[in-house]
Design a protein around this ligand. Sequence first.
Ligand SMILES: Nc1ncnc2c1ncn2[C@@H]1O[C@H](COP(=O)(O)OP(=O)(O)O)[C@@H](O)[C@H]1O
Ligand SMILES: [Mg+2]
Length: 315
Amino acid sequence: MTASSKSLYAVAARPGPALAGPGGRPGRPAGSAEGIVSSLSSRAATPPLLAVRDVRIRHAPTGRELVRGVSFDLAPGRVVGIVGESGSGKTLTCRAALGILPRHLELSGGSIVLAGEDVTTFDEDRWTRERGSTLAAVFQDPASYLNPSLPVGSQVAEVLRVKTGLRRREARSRTLELFASVHLRDPDVVYGQYPFELSGGMLQRVLIAAAVSAGPRILVADEATTALDVTVQAEILDLLADLREGSGLSLVVVSHDLAVVAQLCDEVLVMRHGEVVEQGQTDRVLHRPEHEYTRLLLAEHDQFGLDRVLEGRAS
Ligand SMILES: Nc1ncnc2c1ncn2[C@@H]1O[C@H](COP(=O)(O)OP(=O)(O)O)[C@@H](O)[C@H]1O
Ligand SMILES: [Mg+2]
């Protein structure tokens, strides 16, 4: 399996040669970098779960830098949004934090500290343990992460078996609970259905269930609602907000759509051409954008209901 292959495991578990055993959640010793990170953090009292510091990503064969200097802190229970046009470096930033950079791309500068540990020290086995357990992700196009010829329930149950060591029967009942928690109606029915029998919104709920199945602390949602129609998109955003409220999950929400991140995020990064052009508290960025490009994004949303979001957030 290559780093960029698509499978349900890529989202939630990615079993490798050395899987975490039952309850194999790794310890999280405070690394030496933690002191530096928290002194930089605006919330020094709560060390960030994820500290991305001046990250640069390079295409090794050409030396071209695709991402240049992205920094943010993700504290427990907080939501950071990354917004910007297609090709601005949002996905690569996330992939770096998930340890799934595509072939030929490398972290060429800066640091990523996950729960106190510098991820550049992680080997593939370590990443395999962390993905699903500490951080997980959902992407656009959920169907492509599922095997079309297996019922979705058994695919999620398999992730649970691999990731948490549950036995078959327990994995099934836990999957049904997860399906209920992501507001899939009739979990029993959905369990036995094949991907083609489910709508895009239902498939994304299945993928979210798989992603949170092993209790990660961080969920990266990269364009997770982009392919969905507006009503379903709103439902999925509500679900993400529920997960944050209910289990204190921290989120990284990526979208080219400012209205999407506006609904959920405490802080927003606006990216363009591999750089962060503006970054700050969501309310400040939305109400008093400082960069021309942010103003442009806001203007594009005039017709799409961002005004309502802005009013909702106005204090
Ligand atoms: N595997 C790859 N090889 C070479 N260039 C890539 C690869 N993946 C992405 N890029 C380039 O990196 C830039 C940022 O891509 P990406 O992070 O996917 O953008 P976004 O998610 O904001 O649309 C783009 O110019 C894209 O073409
Ligand atoms: Mg992308």
